[in-house]
Design a protein. Structure first.
Length: 264
């Protein structure tokens, strides 16, 4: 069932992206938790948009998300060009800090899932060091392969015992989106939030970009320079294709029907 939305939605190559900023994203998450609603939150940039263009299942996952926030300046610029000036970037690692770090939200229970062996535990320790009032009740390192039935049962049992409010998923796109859509109905948690490389940012494995680099929409280049072997194809293929298709959409030469929200 598609979730009703209270915000405007930008059409980014057929993917509906909510017109929100950081404060509105946090507010939407709080509303879901207060109402006891189950849902998942996607943070989408150029890579996610282009993956969805190639994969119908990912389009459906985005269409049924509780919230799809713009994690990338090109996504934000697409909204602005459509007259949606209130849209601002919601960077996954920053969203994690905003939610876990706010004292007024300290009663929420968090679960960290993602990264290589030991990364989730390192992240838990770092968050508790920075925000000792926060409540991080559990961690899990998923295998890189699909989980076995036994592993799924173990995870479900662990989550049922801990009852976290927010289940943070730190994987690559589209793996984390598929993980959330598949496992949310099985797990005793309310919100699942896919934050990509946030686990690596906050444990120091990846350096964050300077603010001016983010504002210029060049964070992808900063990431590429840090991990060229892994990311060259993602950025050097996706970015030009995105720009071409964005120009065609904005010029009215190609139309895209969104799967969620109202067209903008």
């Amino acid at each position: 069932m598609q979730v009703p939305h209270t915000t405007d939605v930008a059409n980014v190559l057929g993917i509906g992206v909510d017109v929100v900023d950081m404060e509105q994203s946090v507010a939407r998450m709080r509303l879901a938790l207060e109402e006891g609603r189950k849902g998942y939150v996607c943070l989408v940039g150029v890579h996610g948009i282009m993956e969805a263009r190639r994969n119908l299942d990912l389009q459906s996952i985005f269409a049924n998300a509780y919230l799809v926030a713009p994690d990338g300046m090109p996504t934000v610029w697409m909204g602005h060009i459509q007259g949606l000036s209130k849209m601002q970037r919601v960077f996954g690692p920053d969203l994690m800090l905003e939610v876990i770090g706010r004292k007024e939200l300290s009663y929420y229970r968090h679960f960290l899932c993602g990264g290589a062996a030991g990364v989730a535990e390192q992240l838990r320790d770092e968050m508790l060091r920075r925000f000792p009032w926060s409540s991080i009740v559990g961690t899990y390192t998923p295998p890189f392969r699909p989980m076995s039935a036994e592993e799924e049962s173990e995870l479900a049992t662990q989550v049922q015992a801990l009852q976290p409010d927010i289940f943070w998923v730190g994987m690559s796109t589209p793996k984390q989106e598929r993980f959330m859509a598949h496992y949310l109905p099985m797990l005793e948690t309310k919100l699942m939030v896919g934050v990509g490389a946030a686990f690596l940012f906050h444990t120091g494995a990846i350096k964050d970009s300077p603010a001016w680099v983010k504002r210029a929409g060049l964070q992808w280049l900063h990431r590429l320079l840090q991990e060229p072997a892994r990311l060259w194809r993602r950025y050097l293929v996706n970015v030009p294709l995105f720009l071409l298709q964005a120009v065609l959409q904005l010029a009215g030469l190609r139309s895209h029907v969104m799967g969620r929200g109202a067209a903008s």
